[in-house]
Design a protein around this ligand. Structure first.
Ligand SMILES: Cc1ncc(COP(=O)(O)O)c(C=O)c1O
Length: 404
C-alpha cells in the first residue's frame, strides 16, 4: 500500500530576502502588473469576484488560528480558475497582433467586427485535462475565434463534453498529458494555429507567461478580501504555473516570509521528485499518470515555474488519492455555520493534505517543521468545483477512496 503522504524539505529554499536568482521572473508579478491584468479581466461584462471563506469552526476543530479558502468554483461560470489564464493570454496575443497595449483594449472591443476584419480567422489550440481547455474554448467562442482542444487518455467524458459545449473541436487522444502537449504543438506549427499552452519550453515562453499572469487576478482578490496576511499557503501543482504565479506575487506583496507548501498526487509528483533529487534542474516523471486529481496529472514542470518554486517552496508533498477524496468530503460537509465548499479532486487536494497533517499523529515531524500551530493562518485555493460530477458523487456520497 502507498503511504498517504510523502514529503521533502526544499534544499534550495531562498526565502524572501534573497531574490537575485529570480528577479526577472518576479518583475512580471509585481502589484503594478497584477493590477494591469485585473483591469482587463474586469472589462468582461459579467465579471464577478469569487468568495474567500473563513472556516472558523473547522479552524478551532483542527487547532489553527484561521483557515481561509478562496473558492474558484464559480469563476466566469466555468467551475474552475483556469479560464483566467486562457482568456488573458488570448487577449494579449490579439493586442500584440494589433500593435496595442492590453490597457487600451476591453473584452467588448476585442469582440468587434472591425478587429475581426483586421485579424482574419484565428484558431487557438491547446492540450488540457479539462479546465484549461474549457477556458480556452470559452474565451475563443466569446471573442469570435475557433478552438481545437486535445485531452490525454483517460480524460473524463463530462469534461470533454463541457469543452464541446463551448463550440470547440475536442477529442481525447491515446497519449498521456505531456505527449499530448507535444502533439498539439506539432499540429499548431503544421496548420498555423496558435498554441495556448499553460506550460513553457525553450522558444515558447510568451503565451505561458501571460497565462500565469492571468491567474493573478484571483490573488489580487485574495489580498483585497483578506483581513490578516496568511502565514502558510498550500498550493496544488500540475506543471506548477498556478502555484508559481501565487508565490511570485505574495512573496513581493507581503513583508514577512510565508511558508509555501506544494501538493501533488503520487502518480504525477514531478516537483516532489525534483526536490527529493536536490539537483538544480528538475526531474520529470512519466507513465500514464491516472489520478482522480486530473488537473495535477502532469509529469514535467514548467521550467519558469520551477525556478520560482525552487526559490520559495518550503516543503513539497506527494499524496495518495484518498487524501484528496477526504478533503472533498470534509469541505462539502461543513461544521456549524462554516461555508459549504464544493471542491473537485484537484481543488481539495491541498486541504486534504493539510487535514491529514493536522489530524494524523504520524505526521508530527512535518507539522512541527511547518510550524502548523494555533498561530497559523492557512490559505488554500479551491481551484475547481465538481468538474466531474459523477466522480464527485461517487466520492462524497458513496465513499469512493474512503480510508477504512
Ligand atoms: C483545478 C486545477 N487545479 C490546479 C491545477 C494546476 O495548475 P498548474 O498546471 O498550473 O500547476 C490545474 C491544472 O490544470 C487544475 O485544473
Amino acid at each position: 500500500m502507498n503511504e498517504k503522504l510523502k514529503w521533502v524539505l526544499n534544499q534550495h529554499y531562498l526565502g524572501k530576502d534573497n531574490v537575485n536568482q529570480v528577479t526577472d521572473l518576479l518583475s512580471h508579478f509585481t502589484l503594478e502588473q497584477v493590477r494591469k491584468v485585473g483591469q482587463f479581466q474586469c472589462t468582461y461584462e459579467k465579471f464577478e469576484k469569487t468568495p474567500l471563506h473563513y472556516l472558523e469552526s473547522l479552524a478551532s476543530f483542527i487547532g489553527v488560528e484561521k483557515i481561509l479558502i478562496k473558492d474558484e468554483s464559480s469563476r466566469f461560470g466555468l467551475n474552475a480558475f483556469k479560464v483566467l489564464g486562457g482568456v488573458y493570454a488570448i487577449a494579449q496575443y490579439v493586442a500584440k497582433k494589433l500593435n496595442k497595449n492590453i490597457e487600451e483594449l476591453s473584452f467588448e472591443q476585442l469582440k468587434s467586427p472591425t478587429i475581426k476584419e483586421q485579424l482574419g480567422e484565428l484558431t487557438f489550440i491547446s492540450t488540457t485535462d479539462g479546465n484549461h481547455g474549457r477556458g480556452v474554448a470559452w474565451a475563443a467562442r466569446e471573442l469570435g475565434f475557433q478552438a481545437r482542444i486535445y485531452m490525454p487518455a483517460g480524460s473524463a467524458k463530462e469534461r470533454l463534453q463541457n469543452i464541446k459545449n463551448e463550440g470547440a473541436y475536442a477529442e481525447i487522444t491515446s497519449m498521456n498529458y505531456d505527449d499530448t502537449v507535444r502533439y498539439t504543438s506539432q499540429l499548431a506549427q503544421k496548420n498555423g494555429w496558435v498554441l495556448v499552452q499553460d506550460t513553457m519550453w525553450n522558444g515558447y515562453e510568451e503565451i505561458p507567461l501571460w497565462i500565469m499572469q492571468g491567474y493573478t487576478t484571483l490573488i489580487q482578490e485574495i489580498v483585497e478580501q483578506i483581513q490578516q496576511a496568511p502565514t502558510h499557503v498550500f498550493l496544488q501543482a500540475g506543471v506548477g504555473s498556478f502555484a508559481a504565479a501565487v508565490v511570485a506575487f505574495l512573496t513581493q506583496y507581503y513583508e514577512h516570509d510565508i511558508t509555501f507548501v506544494l501538493v501533488e498526487p503520487h502518480v504525477a509528483n514531478c516537483y516532489y521528485e525534483s526536490f527529493k533529487a536536490g539537483t538544480n534542474e528538475f526531474v520529470s516523471v512519466g507513465g500514464d499518470m491516472q489520478t482522480i486529481m486530473a488537473g495535477l496529472a502532469c509529469g514535467e514542470p514548467n521550467p519558469q515555474a520551477w525556478q520560482l518554486l525552487k526559490a520559495y517552496t518550503k516543503v513539497s508533498i506527494s499524496c495518495e488519492e484518498e487524501v484528496a477524496a477526504t478533503g472533498m468530503r470534509i469541505l462539502g460537509n461543513p461544521l456549524n455555520t462554516d461555508a459549504r465548499i464544493v471542491a473537485g479532486e484537484s481543488g481539495a487536494a491541498p486541504f486534504g493534505c493539510f487535514y491529514e497533517i493536522m489530524t494524523n499523529g504520524r505526521h508530527g515531524q512535518l507539522k512541527d517543521t511547518l510550524q502548523l500551530d494555533s498561530d497559523a493562518r492557512v490559505l488554500l485555493v479551491n481551484t475547481e468545483g465538481d468538474t466531474d460530477k459523477e466522480n464527485y458523487r461517487q466520492i462524497v456520497w458513496h465513499g469512493k477512496y474512503a480510508t477504512l
